[in-house]
Design a protein around this ligand. Sequence first.
Ligand SMILES: [Zn+2]
Length: 69
Amino acid sequence: MMRCPHCKHSSHTRSSRYLSDDTKETYYQCQNIFCSCTFKAIERVVRVISGPSISPSANRRPVKTSSLN
Ligand SMILES: [Zn+2]
């Protein structure tokens, strides 16, 4: 949710897409029926406060092998 830049009411997300791994573009529509402003915003990760506790490779599922051979 982001406040409308014109009337300051809350808005709904209409659609979004990732521009890169850390940047997202979102289209919003104001919930105020007298405004209904549609606007676009860019959201970006600016700093990782605490890194992951496991490495990305540890998050993968083990490959199952069949025991019926
Ligand atoms: Zn508005």
